[in-house]
Design a protein around this ligand. Structure first.
Ligand code: GDP
Ligand code: MG
Ligand code: ZN
Length: 339
């Protein structure tokens, strides 16, 4: 009778072996860069694989961009070659995204059929970089980024760089508004290094996206925080704008002095690359956080805070309880937004 037990034992053994083999080919990691159709995936052990997708690549994010920086993927790496600069693999699965930085797309203009275009994924916070000068501090642009972060339900952190150029303190004074309405703001200078370590602390254990107008110092800051060597643009003397040196999203590791990884930073192109076009007027009125205190007192629950009688938001603006500048930003974006 002992022979009868043999086949199941053997089957178990074979199953264990096939599981083992699968774990050799079935790797997982995070997409850290996309270049010329190659997805660079970093595994937990720090190895980087250049991967491609094929028809059998499965995604848990239907109707969306297939693979973006920040995605968690499974892949097989059958052709391990020591001669290549990086090992090659095929992405088999793109995991569901926890959050994403999106640019909406019109379906009819979009050959790939995706209804949204994602720039980066699995993000914990949007770090909005502004500069005190060169280019000038632009609160209207900050308001757009903040509305965008509210829309995507991303935490945001305002960073004002180039504080070495704010000799009279005027920008610090102007930026206090954002702290007053509840946002966190950091003032620093990548040039002098002042405040950079405080920013590093805020990146601890998180994946952060750095965004802001070209020339504000995103790449310079990322280089200081990650030991990387992103190209930085000298200011063009004619336009006063930074050169377009960052063309696609790249994810970099923020390291502690002992070289332990403490967080990730994604560098993205400027605001022109992702606007607020997908946000309807109806949504927008919820995205200016300081309106929330007053809006319930408006005469109409559907009040757009533009022309309705007995609007509590407008009343608060008149009384100086809501900043006129912020309200003007709201109106500008409101009139651009879809009805
Ligand atoms: N004065 C000053 N210049 C800075 C500072 N940070 C960056 N810059 C300069 O601003 C320019 C644009 O920087 P860059 O990092 O390329 O900006 P990005 O376009 O946002 O990536 C470069 O010439 C930097 O040297 C700063 O804190 N103070
Ligand atoms: Mg840059
Ligand atoms: Zn109102």
């Amino acid at each position: 009778m002992p022979r009868k037990n043999a086949p199941p034992e053997r089957a178990k053994h074979i199953r264990a072996r096939s599981l083992m083999r699968r774990s050799e080919d079935d790797l997982h990691g995070v997409v850290v860069e996309i270049r010329s159709g190659v997805y660079f995936v970093r595994t937990d052990s720090g190895g980087v694989y250049g991967c491609r997708t094929n028809r059998s690549t499965h995604t848990e994010n239907p109707d969306s961009t297939l693979v973006v920086v920040g995605d968690h993927v499974r892949f097989t790496a059958p052709f391990h070659s020591g001669e290549r600069k990086y090992a090659e693999g095929v992405i088999t699965l793109v995991a569901e995204r926890r959050s994403s930085l999106k640019r909406s797309r019109e379906r009819r203009r979009n050959r790939s059929g995706e209804s949204e275009h994602v720039l980066a994924s699995n993000i914990d916070q949007l770090v909005i970089i502004a500069s005190a000068a060169e280019p000038a501090f632009r609160p209207k642009l900050i308001d757009r980024y903040l509305a965008y972060a509210e829309f995507e339900r991303l935490a945001s952190l305002l960073v004002v760089n180039k504080m070495d150029l704010d000799s009279d303190g005027a920008v610090r004074e102007q930026a206090r508004l954002y702290q007053d309405i509840g946002y966190e703001a950091l003032f620093l200078s990548a040039s002098t290094g002042e405040g950079v370590s405080t920013l590093k602390e805020k990146l601890l254990g998180k994946t952060s996206v750095f965004s802001g107008h070209s020339g504000v110092g995103k790449s310079t800051l990322i280089n200081a925080l990650t030991n990387s060597v992103l190209p930085t643009g000298e200011l063009s003397e004619k336009s006063g704008k930074g050169a377009h040196t960052t063309s696609n999203a790249v994810m970099l590791t923020v390291c502690a002095p002992d070289d332990n990884c403490i967080g990730y930073v994604i560098d993205t192109p400027g605001i022109r690359e992702f606007g607020l076009e997908g946000i309807a007027r109806e949504e927008l009125r919820h995205l200016f956080v300081e309106f929330r205190t007053f809006a319930p007192e408006c005469a109409f629950s559907s009040c757009t805070h533009t022309s309705e009688p007995n609007c509590a938001v407008l009343h608060a603006v008149e009384q100086g309880k809501i900043s006129l500048d912020r309200y003007e930003s709201y109106l500008t974006i409101y009139h651009e937004a879809e009805e």
